[in-house]
Every structure is written in structure tokens, then in C-alpha cells.
Design a protein around this ligand. Structure first.
Ligand code: 4AD
Ligand code: MG
Length: 462
């Protein structure tokens, strides 16, 4: 008999039919006559209840069915008399695939803390919380591809190992096959990377943007969606050393088009979650964040506030609010400043533009004032920065001057500079942090809980 997933069964099976379900036992209770097994197969947050007439089954087999064990059940789907479920399975055959010793199975009891669950990342997908988060994560990945595909963007695979370290977005992880204990040396004592696998020093990418720009200068509209790596030692609830980023890059887009796309994209994704992840969102709303669904709807329904950095600084300076990090024109905004603007002042998402050039990357288009660049950051409630982007400097001379001014090795970027030499065009793009999006949509409060296996300083166990 063909297996049916619980998600499908709850939607489409008629009472009286025989079905085969397979999954992991969440609980087993009952008495000497009848046992009730709550079975979950990860296809949906809901369990299916299996009712077992004890005397029809071998006692030894039934003993093996404990929380965490994996079983296959064949039985008739019947209307449920119990509360909280519409149907249940009257078991006819049960096969035990794998037992889970009650003494040692870590998820024997409910109600573990999220901190504890991080230590058992190999098992936490079996909890309701992580099932919900991981299904939402999947739906968002799918929604992202759908959004761009429907708009005619081309998915561009940019390299994960990169020979350029010029983006300046963060400290990098080196990729090498040299002997760590005894690397070849130059006469001046530095490591000789000519002997390394790629014949030069290479790192894991911090962003696919620079290569994304090369794609946009041929395909018009592209996006990347891949893992990125930053070796910063920032142990915060919003930073990972390995995170996923979505980076659209569009020829013929100016900063306003870029903002319009970012806002539309975020609203699309949140609506997509509201429509397609309703059960999981209801669960998370109930368990973790009672305002979650309301907040998601609010963001979809209201225009984002747009203002220049300089005005935001005025608001912060005049707020009378005591910040841990002082704020003045020229300083980079900390998450407390971003959240003040979003949560206290405007009470909605904010897009800040025209940041001081000195705190932003070399490739951003310079404004006429000589002080600011056409940057845009999208700030979200509870998150702070969720998107960072800009219009790009398309003028060869201005870009080169900026590269020199910032002491970036021009020779590492010859290929990037050539786009400005051959058929340059106005263009813009942005990067959405995938885990920050999932944080917002799921209402979870720590980024370690929205990626299956988080990579943070001193933590790469699984
Ligand atoms: O603002 P960032 O550094 O921008 C870039 O990398 C540009 N190249 C993007 C572009 O214009 N194509 O990073 C973009 C986003 C941030 O807004 C944030 O959401 C996320 O990536 N992000 C992180 N997420 C998790 N952990 C980290 N350490 C992150 N650093 C950035
Ligand atoms: Mg940024």
C-alpha cells in the first residue's frame, strides 16, 4: 500500500478508506485496552492520532512504540470522537522501523528551552517549533524563486570560493590546501599562495554582488541566492558566520526603482507566508509571539517610510532617548538606533537612503553633494537591517578614484572595472539576509533558531 503524508490525508481522504502513514511518535498514552499514538511525519504541524486496540496486537511490539520511535501504520481513517482532531486511524497493522530508548532519547519530554534544543540540532527538527520554522524557511525559498521567475529575472550562480576580497563586507574565511603547520614561505616570511590550490589566496565569498553585476550587464535582471560567509566575531541574535543571501541586480534601475522592488519583494514574501504557512504561523503566534500575524499583516498593508540618513540622524539626536552607542552624523547606525526609528518613531518599516560615503562600500553611486552615496537600507521591526543595497557607481573614472581613495587593490578588480569600460549602464541592487527574513516571518528571536545548523563563533558541531 502506498504511503500517504499526513498533510494530504487531512485534506483529501474520505472516512472508511484504508491508509498507510509513516512517521515519528510524539506521544503514546492510553490504558490496557486501548492506546493512542500521536504520529507526526513533518509534512504539517498536526499529528494524526492512531488508535490501537491493544488485544489485537503483539504486546512486545507495542512496547517498542515510545516517544521518538519511527513506525508505519496501516488502518482505516475514521471520524474522531476525541477533541482537537477531525479524524484518526484505527490501526490494523503496525511495523516498527526504529525504536528510541525512553531513558536516553533527548526529546522524551515536551517543553525544552530553545537554548537546549540548539545543543541537539541533529534532533530539533522533530519538535513542533522547528518543524514549523523549517517549513516556513522552505516556503520562503520557494517564494523567492517564484517571485523572480515571474518577473523574468535570471537566477545566477555566483562563486562560493572567490579570489577577490574587495567587497569589504566583512572579514573572510580563507580557503586553502596548504599545510597549516608548514606552509611554503616567500623570502620575506609571508605565506606563498602561488603554491596554493588556485595559485593565489582565496576565500569564501561574503556576497555574490560583484559577480551579480557582471550578470546584470548582460541579462538585465538577475538574482543570486546562496550561502555567504563572514568571519566577524559578532555574537548577536542577528548574526551568523554562514548565512544565505538573496541579491537581485538590475540594469537600468535607479535608487527609487531599487526601493520599489525591495518593498514589493518583502511584501510579496510575507503575503506568501500568510497564505501558504497559515498553520505554522498560527502555532508560532500562539507559542512565541502573540503579535506575529498582526505584525506580518501590518507590514504587508502599509507603505514603508522613506527618508535620508541625515534626517534620521536629526530624529535620533532630538529624540531625547538614551542610546548605548552615541549617534551623530557620520556614525554607522547600530541596531538600537534602527529599531528606535522603526518601533518608536515611525512605527513601521523604514528605508533609509543617502548614507555618508565613508561608512559604505566603494561601489555605491556618489551623490552630487560629495558626502553621501545612493545607499538604501531597509529596517524592520524587531530585526533592524533586513536589506542593504544601493545604486552602483557606473562611471569608470569616479569608481576608480574611489577604489584608489579607499586603498583597495585595483588589480584585484580589473574584471569588475571592465564592466564600466565596456557598455556601462545605470544599475542597482540589494541583498536580503535570508535568515533575517525568516526571523521576521517566524517571530523567533534568535537567528540560531531559523537555520538548521547555525555557524557562529566557536560553534560548528553538526
Ligand atoms: O548589508 P550587506 O553587508 O550588503 C551586501 O552584502 C551587499 N553586497 C548587498 C547588495 O547590495 N547586493 O548584507 C546584506 C544583508 C543585510 O542587510 C542583512 O540582512 C544580511 O545581509 N546580513 C547578515 N545576516 C546574518 N548574519 C550576518 N552576519 C549578516 N550580515 C549581513
Ligand atoms: Mg548592510
Amino acid at each position: 500500500m502506498e504511503r500517504i503524508k499526513v498533510s494530504k490525508l487531512l485534506k483529501s481522504v474520505e472516512f472508511g478508506m484504508d491508509v498507510n502513514v509513516k512517521g515519528w511518535v510524539r506521544t503514546k498514552r492510553g490504558n490496557k485496552n486501548v492506546a493512542f499514538i500521536a504520529l507526526n511525519d513533518g509534512s504539517i504541524i498536526h499529528n494524526i492520532q492512531v488508535v490501537v486496540d491493544v488485544e489485537k496486537f503483539d504486546e512486545e511490539t507495542l512496547k517498542l512504540i515510545t516517544t521518538g520511535s519511527c513506525i508505519s501504520v496501516i488502518g482505516e481513517l475514521v471520524e474522531s470522537m476525541g477533541q482537537g482532531q477531525s479524524c484518526e486511524i484505527q490501526a490494523k497493522e503496525i511495523q516498527v522501523y526504529g525504536t528510541a530508548d525512553a531513558e536516553t532519547y533527548p526529546l522524551q519530554k515536551k517543553g525544552h528551552t530553545l537554548e537546549f534544543l540548539r545543543e541537539i540540532a541533529h534532533l530539533r527538527p522533530r519538535t513542533n517549533t522547528f518543524g514549523a520554522v523549517l517549513r516556513i524557511r522552505h516556503a520562503m525559498a520557494y517564494g523567492i524563486h517564484k517571485y523572480f521567475n515571474d518577473k523574468g529575472f535570471v537566477y545566477l550562480h555566483t562563486p562560493i570560493i572567490t579570489g577577490s576580497d574587495a567587497e569589504g563586507a566583512g572579514a573572510m574565511f580563507r580557503v586553502t590546501t596548504l599545510d597549516a603547520a608548514n606552509p611554503p614561505k616567500n623570502t620575506d616570511g609571508t605565506v606563498n599562495f602561488v603554491e596554493d590550490f588556485f595559485g593565489k589566496s582565496t576565500n569564501l565569498t561574503v556576497s555574490g554582488q560583484l559577480e551579480g553585476e557582471l550578470g546584470a550587464m548582460a541579462l538585465s535582471e538577475v538574482y543570486t541566492f546562496g550561502p555567504t560567509f563572514r568571519a566577524e566575531n559578532s555574537n548577536t541574535p542577528r548574526h551568523l558566520a554562514e548565512f544565505w543571501m538573496i541579491e537581485p541586480e538590475m540594469a537600468f534601475f535607479e535608487i527609487t526603482d531599487n526601493m520599489d522592488l525591495a518593498e514589493d519583494f518583502l511584501k510579496y514574501l510575507i503575503s506568501y507566508a500568510l497564505e501558504n504557512c497559515a498553520d505554522d504561523l498560527e502555532f508560532l503566534n500562539k507559542m512565541y509571539d502573540n503579535e506575529l500575524i498582526e505584525r506580518l499583516k501590518f507590514v504587508v498593508e502599509n507603505p514603508f517610510e522613506r527618508l535620508p540618513y541625515t534626517k534620521a540622524i536629526d530624529i535620533l539626536v532630538n529624540s531625547g532617548h538614551k542610546f548605548e552607542f552615541p549617534v551623530s552624523w557620520g556614525t554607522d547606525l547600530q541596531s538600537e538606533h534602527e529599531r528606535y526609528l522603526v518601533e518608536n518613531h515611525f512605527k513601521k518599516p523604514v528605508i533609509l537612503t543617502d548614507y555618508p560615503r565613508d561608512i559604505k562600500a566603494f561601489y555605491m553611486k556618489q551623490n552630487e553633494d560629495g558626502k553621501t552615496v545612493r545607499a538604501m537600507d531597509v529596517l524592520f521591526p524587531k530585526i533592524g537591517e533586513i536589506i542593504g543595497g544601493s545604486q552602483r557607481e557606473e562611471d569608470y573614472d569616479k569608481l576608480l578614484a574611489r577604489i584608489k581613495e579607499m586603498n583597495i587593490h585595483e588589480e584585484d578588480l580589473w574584471w569588475y572595472l571592465e564592466t564600466r569600460k565596456f557598455g556601462t549602464a545605470p544599475h542597482a541592487g540589494f541583498g536580503l539576509g535570508f535568515e533575517r527574513l525568516i526571523l521576521f516571518v517566524s517571530g523567533m528571536s534568535n537567528i540560531r533558531d531559523v537555520i538548521p545548523f547555525p555557524r557562529t563563533p566557536k560553534n560548528a558541531e553538526f
